[in-house]
Design a protein around this ligand. Structure first.
Ligand SMILES: [Fe+2]
Ligand SMILES: [Fe+2]
Length: 244
């Protein structure tokens, strides 16, 4: 399986024309995450993310495009940009709990609790739970949290208030230490209107991933009208046919 994962990674590096040197450098950062048992499940059905690309493939493509952007000579002038943190935001940004397409569980949710709005909170909850080693430094942790929570901008993210969020990993969220919950609350309070927070990340690292995410999704991931419609409806007829 590990060899297969590396070949998938190399395939996408070629597709996005990442140099051999950068392919090696990036692999050193993302390898431990790719080989984690929870991450491995995202390489397989039913974790389709956009059309027939799996969630793990989507995340890897985001990491590659993010790395290409941050290592451009022009951006290197931003000497304070933290490459590792930016890549971590890419690797964790969509690490949500449940496959989102054609999932019957989702139809009972309140509008503000729909997948599009809550999946960044599920993602950061899973990331902290599965990869605690990356969340030791407070400043870096807040940067990662803020980048993940607001990656869907201009779409908003669910804000933490005293209403029920209907997270698919609510138990894991409840077990998070208060310091992380507080950071999530602070990050979603800024720009809050009702139960949603409308803003981009405060940090360049988060904004770069948000840009890469759109390049990947709209450039190569979504290849059909069904895939586009699924972004709004949560249902992808083409995928249903494929699974029959
Ligand atoms: Fe997302
Ligand atoms: Fe994404």
């Amino acid at each position: 399986m590990k060899k297969e994962i590396y070949l998938i990674y190399k395939y996408y590096c070629k597709e996005y024309k990442l140099s051999d040197f950068k392919t090696k450098k990036l692999w050193n950062i993302i390898r431990p995450i790719c080989y984690h048992k929870e991450f491995l499940t995202r390489f397989k059905p039913p974790y389709w993310h956009h059309d027939n690309k799996t969630l793990a493939e989507h995340i890897i493509c985001d990491a590659i495009v993010t790395y290409k952007i941050i290592t451009k000579p022009k951006l290197k002038k931003h000497k304070d940009i933290d490459i590792n943190t930016t890549i971590l935001i890419a690797m964790f940004h969509d690490l949500y709990e449940e496959p989102w397409q054609n999932n019957i569980k989702f139809k009972y949710k309140k509008i503000v609790n729909k997948h599009g709005f809550i999946h960044p909170i599920e993602a950061i909850t899973n990331a902290i739970t599965w990869f605690p080693q990356y969340f030791k430094d407070e400043q870096i942790t807040f940067k990662i949290i803020d980048g993940i929570l607001h990656h869907m901008y201009p779409l908003p993210v669910r804000a933490l208030d005293n209403t029920k969020m209907e997270l698919n990993n609510q138990q894991k969220f409840d077990k998070l230490s208060d310091k992380y919950k507080k950071m999530i609350e602070i990050s979603t309070k800024i720009g809050k209107v009702g139960s949603l927070s409308f803003r981009k990340s405060i940090y360049l690292e988060g904004r770069i991933l948000s840009k890469a995410d759109k390049i990947v999704a709209l450039g190569k991931d979504i290849k059909s009208i069904n895939g586009l419609v699924a972004l709004i409806s949560g249902k992808n007829k083409k995928l249903l046919k494929k699974l029959k």
